[in-house]
Write a protein that binds this ligand. Structure first.
Ligand code: 5GP
Ligand code: MG
Length: 185
């Protein structure tokens, strides 16, 4: 397996440190507010569970199962595989996803959630890609900025493999696509 994994962009220690920083920012922002957190599965399960355990607030948690990628290519068809169990009316909503790529997934999720009358919706991603042509509002919170490359680990998959890697790395056959290997923060 290891020879399919390319450069490590964030190791366990870096992830832990950054997740703790994000948790502190989020905890401060939502102090005293009715908060509902929606984790996008499967990709954000690891990130979401580590992040939320560091946020000492009373909050509601729900999960939306969504898929939009086929292999290493973003697809135009966003498939929602589950429905919310909680009512988000009059609540502050924080959507947690693994990565902001084209922006289509988060845009589509936000459009759906807006119709359910929350007070506001913010988004938090582990990784934010930066390239031209991305759509929608940029994430409110982002762990690391990366280039336009295909990454796996810490929840992110390649055809459902590699989610359990404890670090974030580029798939080796995609290393030549790397434009900015090092995370900014
Ligand atoms: P978007 O709709 O922003 O193009 O893509 C969002 C979804 O595509 C993410 O939630 C993630 O599941 C998947 N995705 C985008 N880029 C990557 C990547 O580099 N690696 C992996 N494993 N998934 C990605
Ligand atoms: Mg995903």
């Amino acid at each position: 397996m290891q020879n399919e994994i390319g450069k490590v962009l964030a190791c366990e220690k870096e992830i832990r440190r950054r997740v703790a920083e994000l948790a502190a920012e989020i905890a401060e922002e939502y102090q005293g507010k009715p908060l509902t957190v929606i984790v996008i599965a499967n990709g954000a399960l690891f990130f979401g569970s580590d992040l939320l355990r560091l946020i000492p607030l009373k909050l509601q948690l729900d999960i939306l199962a969504i898929s939009s990628y086929i292999g290493t290519h973003s697809s135009d068809r966003i498939t929602v595989r589950s429905q919310l169990k909680v009512d988000i009316r009059n609540r502050h909503v924080l959507v947690i996803d693994d990565i902001f790529d084209t922006g289509k997934t988060l845009q589509s999720v936000m459009d759906d959630l807006e119709e359910q009358d929350p007070v506001d919706i913010r988004t938090c991603v582990l990784l934010e890609k930066r390239f031209s042509g991305q759509i929608g509002r940029r994430p409110d919170y982002a762990g690391f900025a990366i280039g336009n490359e295909f990454v796996v680990g810490y929840g992110l998959d390649y055809d459902e493999h590699y989610r359990n890697l404890p670090y974030i790395a580029v798939l080796s056959e995609h290393m030549e696509l790397r434009s900015c290997a090092d995370p900014v923060s």
